[in-house]
Ligand binder design. Sequence first.
Ligand code: PLP
Length: 387
Amino acid sequence: MSETAGNREIIYLDNSATTMVCREAADKAYAAMTESYGNPSSRHLLGIAAADLLREARQNVADALHSRPEEILFTSCGTEADNIAFFGAANAFKHRGNRIVTTAIEHPAVLKAASELENRGFDVVRLRPGRDGIIKPEDLFAAVNEKTVLVSIMLVNNETGAVQPVEAAREAVRRANAPALVHCDAVQAFCRTDVDPRKLGVDLLTVSSHKIHGPKGAAALFIKNGVRIPPMMFGGGQENGMRPGTEALPALAGFGEAARVAAASLTQNAALAARLKARLVDGAKEIPGAVVNSPEDGCPYVVNLSVPGIRSEVMLNALSAKAICVSSGSACSKGAKSSVLAAMDLPRAAADSAIRVSFSRYNTQEDVEKLLREMKNAADTLLKASV
Ligand code: PLP
């Protein structure tokens, strides 16, 4: 375990909610606060140093996305990037149609932006996944018509790790001859799998710093060269006028560094996550009644599993008492019922007892062994108490 792994008393398995900032990103953010603290728009030497740091961050994020720096629009969070994509696409094309096609398993940043546009008169189609949590390409082909202005589908689901058929969105738009832009929320995929917007065939793609060991307060929307969407905010000329306001340089510099470090070790990190997932799935067979709700071929960083009979919050609290952090759903839902599991039509007993375990490159086999031990203890005690 490297010394950047933080407080080893705590086993942190909630990396889909947020991650520990890595040493390299923290150092970069610190330097931005204490050395290159000028305003990137200032013309003096400290402004130039800050602008250089901003340029480096943008290049690093662009490199990690196999794209060009001018295609990276920095924002404050993934939620903001999703909203710019939705309202930008809707405003850009509202004269050409009013259908928006998305899925029922998106993050609230997408679901609620879609609902708001529905309130404003758009015709929103929300595709439901199969029991495996995966959207069927045929459903995309059927839903996209010539009036469709936006198709938005996530790459990796935040609750189950299920990988979605994003490439089918471009094909659906082509078949329907729709004016639509294609957006992908790749927040959970970025730097965990190799994300290439061109290979995915998308125009807009969201990523976020705090999911990849970067600081909170930084994210980006990839906007493919040549794609124009109108701004939602007005002010100074920062971010090409698309997102005015003095740049949050410490967070952005940390984001760039986090992307650089994570992209460089992506393959070995993914192999570690695959080993951890395999052990967790195998070890769960020893826990009475346990079922895994994530697809076998899903992104290995996320495993959703249930011990029917033990409610999610009860298991979460039992594990938390042993200094093991997992989630009972997405952090944003704050314990509310999971709309993702509901859309998958998971049996009630499994949905009510679902917990999400999400890994990072700092987790170890011992973390998984301890989790399995404590889940089994909790199951033995709590299930016995309930008979
Ligand atoms: N999209 C997905 C799939 C997410 O998992 C999250 C965060 O959990 C977001 C968007 C929102 O990102 P942020 O927390 O940076 O606003």
